[in-house]
Design a protein around this ligand. Structure first.
Ligand SMILES: NC(=O)c1ccc[n+]([C@@H]2O[C@H](COP(=O)([O-])OP(=O)(O)OC[C@H]3O[C@@H](n4cnc5c(N)ncnc54)[C@H](O)[C@@H]3O)[C@@H](O)[C@H]2O)c1
Length: 342
C-alpha cells in the first residue's frame, strides 16, 4: 500500500488501452499507478515518464522489482493466460482486459489458479461501470418497462484493422466477434442474466481480412429474452444509442451523449445521464477492483462472469463455422420440391 493509503497497481502493456487506465488513475480514490511493463521498452519508458513511475521491459522484471497490490493486464489476448497466471501464482490480484482469453480451457486454468492462490481475479468490461448503463439496469430491474422482450446493442465503426493484431486470429482469437462482441455479451448478461443460446451471421468483408469484419449476433437469455447485436469494423451505423432494452410497457435507450426511457403510458421520454464518460468508467472499474482487494466490496464482474463471456464467444464461433443458410428455392426435406441435379 502507498503512503496515502492507496493500493499500488502495475500495468502490463503500455499500448492504447493502457493510456485510458493511466489517465483514470488520476480520478481513483482506491489505487495509484506505480509501475508499467511492456515488451517494447520505449513504450514502457514513455508511459513511466508521463505518469511518473518506473518502467520495465517485461512483466517478470516488474514482478521482481517489488510486491504490487494488484496488476492490470493490457496486452493482446493470446498473452493473457501466461501473464495472469504468473502474477496469480505470486498471489498478486489481477484485472485482465477483455477478452479474458481466446478459449474456455485457458480461462478455466486462470480461474483455477486464482482460486488456489486465494486472490481476486476479474475481467475488464468498462461498460458495466458506465453510470448511464448502471442507471439503465436499475430502470429495467425496477419493472417499470414491464416484461423485457428484446435487447439490442451495436458497436460499429469504420476502422482499418489490416495492420493490427486485432485481425490476426492467432493473437486475438478471431475478428470483430471476439474483439467487440465480448463487451456486448457481458453487457447483455449484466442486464438479463445467463445466456443460453447464440447464433451468428457474417456480413461482407471489405478490408480483405482473414477474420470476420461484420457480424449480426442473435442471443437468447435463459429468461427467454432475445438479444440482437450488430458489430462491425467496416461500417458505422451512426446510432445515438448503443443499448436499447424493450419491454411490454416501455423502452430504455443508453446513448453516447445522453440516455432516456419512455413508459408506454407516457408520451414523453425521460432523459437521464450525460452519456458515456470513458475516464469515469475506467476509474470506477479500478476502484471496484481495489475495493474488492481490500475486502470492502464485491467484484462487479466475477471470475465466473468472465468465463461465461468466453464461453458465449466460443459458442458463437462454433455457430459461425457452421452454415445455417438455406439457399432460396431449395426445400430441404421435401423430395417433391427438391431441385433435380443438372
Ligand atoms: N476495454 C476496452 O474498451 C478495450 C479497448 C481496446 C483494447 N482492449 C483490450 O486491451 C488489450 C490491449 O489492447 P490495446 O488496444 O491496448 O493493444 P495495443 O497493441 O495498443 O497495446 C498492447 C501492448 O502490449 C504490449 N505487449 C504485448 N505482449 C506483451 C507481453 N507479453 N508483456 C508485456 N507487454 C506486452 C505491446 O508491446 C503493446 O504495447 C486487449 O486485450 C484488448 O482487447 C480493451
Amino acid at each position: 500500500m502507498a503512503q496515502d493509503g492507496k493500493l499500488r497497481f502495475g500495468l502490463v502493456g503500455a499500448g492504447g488501452i493502457a493510456q485510458s487506465y493511466a489517465q483514470a488513475f488520476d480520478q481513483c480514490s482506491g489505487a495509484r499507478l506505480v509501475a508499467v511493463a511492456d515488451v517494447r521498452p520505449e513504450a514502457a519508458k514513455a508511459m513511466g515518464e508521463a505518469f511518473n513511475c518506473p518502467s520495465f521491459d517485461s512483466h517478470e522484471a516488474m514482478a521482481k522489482a517489488g510486491k504490487l497490490d494488484g496488476v492490470i493486464v493490457c496486452t493482446p489476448p493470446i498473452s493473457h493466460p501466461e501473464i495472469c497466471v504468473s502474477f496469480l501464482e505470486k498471489k498478486v490480484p489481477v484485472l485482465c482486459e477483455k477478452p479474458l482469453s481466446i478459449d474456455s480451457a485457458s480461462a478455466r486454468r486462470m480461474i483455477e489458479t486464482a482460486k488456489k492462490a486465494g486472490v481476486k481475479f476479474t475481467m475488464a468490461s468498462k461498460f458495466r461501470y458506465a453510470e448511464d448503463v448502471v442507471r439503465a439496469k436499475g430502470i429495467v430491474m425496477s419493472g417499470i418497462l414491464g416484461d423485457i422482450v428484446l435487447f439490442e446493442n451495436a458497436f460499429t465503426s469504420r476502422v482499418d484493422m489490416s495492420n493490427r493484431w486485432n485481425s490476426k486470429s492467432e493473437v486475438s482469437g478471431g475478428g470483430v466477434l471476439i474483439d467487440n462482441g465480448t463487451h456486448s455479451v457481458d453487457i447483455m448478461r449484466y442486464f438479463l442474466g445467463p445466456v443460453s443460446e447464440v447464433h451468428v451471421v457474417e456480413g461482407k468483408r471489405n478490408q480483405g481480412l482473414e477474420v470476420e469484419e461484420t457480424v449480426r449476433i442473435f442471443v437468447r437469455a435463459t429468461s427467454g429474452v432475445l438479444g440482437n447485436i450488430d458489430l462491425s469494423w467496416s461500417i458505422n451505423k451512426e446510432l445515438d444509442s448503443y443499448i436499447n432494452v424493450y419491454g411490454t410497457q416501455g423502452t430504455v435507450s443508453v446513448g453516447w451523449r445522453e440516455s432516456k426511457y419512455r413508459q408506454s403510458s407516457s408520451r414523453d421520454w425521460v432523459v437521464f445521464g450525460k452519456g458515456y464518460n470513458k475516464v469515469q468508467a475506467f476509474a470506477s472499474q479500478i476502484n471496484n477492483f481495489a475495493g474488492a482487494i481490500r475486502g470492502e466490496e464485491a467484484l462487479l464482474i466475477t471470475a465466473e462472469d468472465a468465463l461465461a463471456s468466453v464461453e458465449v464467444i466460443e459458442a458463437a464461433y462454433a455457430d459461425l463455422r457452421r452454415s445455417h443458410w438455406v439457399p432460396v428455392g431449395e426445400k430441404p426435406g421435401d423430395p417433391a420440391l427438391a431441385r433435380t441435379p443438372a
